[in-house]
Design a protein around this ligand. Structure first.
Ligand code: ADP
Ligand code: MG
Length: 503
């Protein structure tokens, strides 16, 4: 087992006029539950459907309609909680969060304020090999998503699309344990990775499938340590919340801007107002949206349409038994089982499909060279062609056969790359291709000796020099390889060249 006790990395420090400041960040990530139907209705959650085509009477808040909890969404939230090493609450309850907005026909959002379905958990955020930040999860609650107001289709009117209304969201709330822009992005990335492994959220940020509200404050060095030791929020600075970010890059830019803005205010002797802000990617700045609202502004109260949600311990245990191997465990296993670096293990376990592909290639073969081929040849090429591993033109079985051909000495590493190219563009069985295209490595000493003799005879001056300067032998090896179209076994060529030169 890999040692998962990580070093504590240095906090992100930004220097201001009157000295250094530390950034403190807590995130509220909204992850859309991967589910065919909505949280309280049977309407479809399909993305990109005709506007207002996936709206049931419940979603449209028609009078007398009652919400009915979707068991699958509850199971997904539980699964997520278990995947984040969190406490699952056997009793939770739904509350109404009241506010008016055209894309919210009910006039309230059904959420879980007082009794969330999942309590405290934690995520290890990898910062560098061997270095990770432990970010504590405060809670995960289930809630409805709102619809979409559209203001840019017509100069006179606004439109509303209720397809998203009532889709299940998991709000994953972290403690303020994150300490810089890169770390915040890495945290969201790690969450997304775990959710995808679990199959509880697609994590497609572009489609708004995963979005984050980012809370940012600044404090003096040491204050955050003091907060971690005491749990006392008062030693931290006042925070601002930047809403609804759906890009890793914007998250980083917004934090960078917001931290500097707050430092400037503090160094001018002012104080930071707690408020909700929006990030404008075009201007690269955050601007005020509204002053911070408190829970009482929303007149939260228990939703009278829904009973408290009670789940069985045995049901939770069954979900637990069905969890897949998660990223941290898989990565640790790859390091020990295949003897690869933590970095390579991280690359190969970035998503489940890549990890499975690698394991199929590595099965019964040398793990390190399998890792090399998958990472350097395959991933490099997939990236250049903008392809997913599931669309790879070279299957794991084909790549495995190529490795076997190298292992048997049938082809050299160099020829193997050419073979890989052919399989990539034309397909086919690599072993048959080697035969039919005459790519087999020449190990027949007689044939190689002939080629060596010819090169020596053609270059008598070079041969004389090489006798006195063994370094020049490499030139002959190169010439012989060229003369044999790269098919001569390089080891044999090397030996014969040296023998011929009397080295
Ligand atoms: P509220 O319920 O008033 O919105 P919470 O305590 O639930 O406040 O925190 C909301 C989010 O803000 C959490 O993700 C938390 O980690 C984060 N947060 C709280 N205090 C700070 C702070 N001083 N700096 C940065 N983030 C913070
Ligand atoms: Mg809160």
């Amino acid at each position: 087992m890999l040692d998962l006790t990580y070093d504590s990395p240095d906090p992100k420090v930004i220097a201001g006029d009157t000295g250094p400041w530390e950034i403190v960040i807590g995130l509220e990530v909204h992850a859309q539950v991967a589910s065919a139907s909505k949280l309280f209705s049977d309407a479809s959650t399909e993305f990109g459907a005709e506007p207002n085509s996936n709206v049931s009477f419940v979603d449209a808040a028609m009078p007398g309609m009652l919400p009915v909890i979707n068991e699958f969404c509850v199971a997904q939230a539980v699964r997520t909680g278990l995947g984040l090493n969190a406490k699952v609450n056997l009793v939770s309850a739904f509350d109404r969060k009241n506010y008016f907005y055209p894309d919210l026909p009910q006039g309230y959002q059904i959420s879980q304020l007082y009794h969330p379905i999942v309590g405290e958990g934690e995520v290890l955020v990898d910062l560098a090999p061997g270095i990770a930040r432990k970010v504590r999860i405060e809670r995960i609650h289930l809630e409805q998503d709102a619809g979409k107001s559209i203001h840019d289709m017509d100069p006179e009117s606004s439109f509303v699309d209720l397809n998203r209304t009532g889709v299940a969201l998991m709000e994953i709330v972290s403690r303020p344990d994150v300490r810089g822009p890169e770390e915040a992005a890495a945290y969201v990335g790690k969450l997304r990775q775990i959710l995808r492994y679990l199959g509880t959220c697609d994590g497609n940020m572009q489609n708004g499938n995963l979005r984050a509200d980012v809370n940012i404050s600044v404090c003096r060095p040491g204050d955050h340590e003091a907060f971690l030791a005491s749990g006392d929020h008062d030693v931290l600075g006042t925070r601002c919340e930047v809403k609804n970010m759906n890009s890793m890059r914007f998250i980083q830019q917004a934090i960078e801007f917001e931290a500097r803005r707050q430092i400037r205010i503090l160094e001018d002797g002012g104080s930071v107002e707690q408020e909700t802000r929006l990030y404008d990617p075009e201007k690269g700045e955050t601007r005020s949206m509204r002053s911070k609202e408190e829970a009482h502004d929303y007149r939260y109260f228990p939703c009278p349409d829904l009973l408290p949600l009670e789940i069985e311990r045995s049901w939770v245990d069954a979900i637990k038994d069905s969890l897949p191997e998660l990223p941290d465990a898989k990565k640790a296993r790859f390091v020990t089982e295949y003897g690869m670096t933590e970095y390579d293990a991280g690359v190969l376990t970035a998503d489940v499909d890549s990890a499975a592909y690698f394991e199929e290639v590595a099965k019964g073969r040398d793990g390190k060279s399998a890792a090399n081929w998958v990472i350097n040849e395959l991933f490099g090429r997939l990236r250049r062609h903008d392809l997913e591993i599931s669309d790879s033109p070279v299957s794991a079985a084909q790549l495995g056969t190529i490795l076997d051909l190298i292992g048997k000495g049938d082809i050299s590493g160099k020829i193997a790359k050419e073979l890989f190219d052919i399989v990539w563009s034309d397909g086919g069985d690599p072993a048959e291709l080697v035969e039919s295209r005459g790519m087999k490595q020449v190990t027949d000493t007689g044939a190689i000796e002939e080629a060596v003799n010819k090169v020596m005879d053609d270059n008598p001056d070079q041969a004389m020099k090489a006798r006195d300067n063994p370094k020049l032998a490499g030139w002959f090896v190169g010439q012989v390889m060229k003369a044999t179209d790269g098919k001569a076994n390089p080891k044999v060529v090397n030996e014969l060249v040296k023998k011929r030169l009397g080295l």
